[in-house]
Design a protein around this ligand. Structure first.
Ligand code: ZN
Length: 401
């Protein structure tokens, strides 16, 4: 009975239609998303443009709501169109059917991350337009590709395009986290992502001997040092309850390779580490520490960084940031509980911040199991509609700044 209750809800239908587009990695064809969003723009009577900052297959859809003072810096309401892969046999519902169950839960990949936010922006604009509201600042609702694979052919190039410069962006809102409690997780910064690759040379020979300076012994030394460092971060989290995972540095050995046969000591072993560096970590000193450990291990270790992101300053959450003050006023008015945190992973907001533009990650998803990238991802229909009401309040407060 409950499921039928939602069948005729226009906003729920729009959301479910978007969810049914399988814009899932790998090799996404974004055509259906673009067509869907163009229709949404038309239904809102707003102009829409599609640009291709990287390649023809990676569109960015931009819906423009002209402000009364378009010369002022604009606001971006951003979301990504892509979703991560699914293991369909682990789902109790087809991940691209957007079924609604008796409790009003809508099951589909992208319900939390983050198609919901994209169509909630549009739902809020629909309500605001109906009420006769026109923003002071121009609002751009942007839909970007490939966030889930690092945004390299998406937001990373879009922020460098002429089109983006002409948008004169003053502030951006993008995805936050899902919260299992009643406290929203709001992202104002992200950790810095490094990938460390060690190519460890050593003495090769027969597996029956005790040869000096083998690759295994050297790698063991560095691995121990990195593990001790990792333990120190676990301790920091334990000792200070106010810290969350985004406040510490994580180091994880993710790939190991080398060797040809069990009785041959190999001349080379390779190890790859995923590192997410705290924004308070001294990056220069940390890199030097890694280099010192490799020397202490006996040398002959080649250090590579296949990925080495630069430091990006956090978005300020104080009265020097008028957009934050506008957002904060709304959150207070709605009596929403919010905990500002450093995002534990990365999102497209980092590319916006790199341009010196304040960016905040916020998703109005609380009291919901965190199923981002997990099986049976769902969002309750009533929470989805409530999110539209939240954006209906947020948008005027950040555009009137
Ligand atoms: Zn996402």
């Amino acid at each position: 009975m409950c499921a039928e209750k939602w069948e005729n809800n226009e906003e729920i239908n729009i959301f479910r239609e978007y969810l049914r587009i399988p814009s899932v990695h790998p090799d996404i064809d974004y055509t259906a998303c673009v067509e869907f969003l163009k229709r949404q723009a038309n239904s809102l009577n707003l102009p829409v443009e599609v640009v291709y900052p990287a390649v023809e297959s990676k569109p960015v859809v931009i819906i423009k709501w002209l402000g009364k003072q378009p010369e002022l810096p604009s606001i971006i309401l951003n979301s990504h169109m892509d979703v991560v892969p699914v293991y369909p046999d682990k789902w109790t519902h087809d991940p691209f059917a957007a079924d609604i169950d008796e409790e009003g839960r809508i099951f589909a990949r992208g319900t939390q991350d983050m198609k919901s936010v994209g169509t909630q922006y549009l739902g809020a604009i629909r309500l605001l337009k109906a009420s006769g509201f026109q923003p002071k600042r121009t609002v751009y609702v942007t839909f970007v590709p490939d966030e889930e694979i690092g945004g390299i052919l998406g937001m990373a190039v879009f922020v460098k395009a002429d089109y983006f410069k002409q948008m004169n962006v003053g502030f951006s809102l993008d995805e936050g986290g899902t919260s299992a409690s009643d406290v929203h997780h709001l992202f104002y910064a992200e950790r810095i992502r490094w990938v460390l690759k060690l190519k460890v040379d050593g003495t090769a020979g027969h597996g029956s001997l005790l040869l000096p300076d083998t690759a295994g012994v050297k790698l063991n030394y560095v691995l121990n040092k990195l593990t001790e460092f990792r333990d120190s971060q676990i301790q920091r989290l334990k000792n200070d309850q106010s810290l969350s995972i985004g406040d510490v540095t994580t180091v994880n050995l993710t790939q190991l390779s080398g060797g040809v046969q069990s009785n041959v000591v190999p001349p080379l072993l390779e190890a790859i580490f995923d590192m997410r560096l705290s924004i308070t970590l001294d990056l220069v000193a940390f890199e030097q520490q890694i280099r010192d450990w490799c020397k202490e291990a006996g040398g002959g270790i080649e250090i590579e960084f296949p990925l080495k992101e630069a430091f990006v300053a956090a978005t300020k959450l104080d009265d020097s940031n008028p957009y934050w003050m506008g957002l904060k006023a709304t959150l207070n008015e709605l009596k929403l509980k919010v905990k500002p945190i450093v995002c534990f992973a990365v999102t497209d907001s980092r590319f916006i911040r790199q341009q010196g533009i304040p960016a905040i990650g916020f998703s109005p998803i609380i009291n919901t199991p965190v199923l981002i990238h997990d099986h049976d991802e769902f969002l309750k229909a009533e929470y989805y509609l409530n999110g539209i009401e939240v954006y209906k309040k947020i948008i005027p407060n950040i555009t009137e700044v």
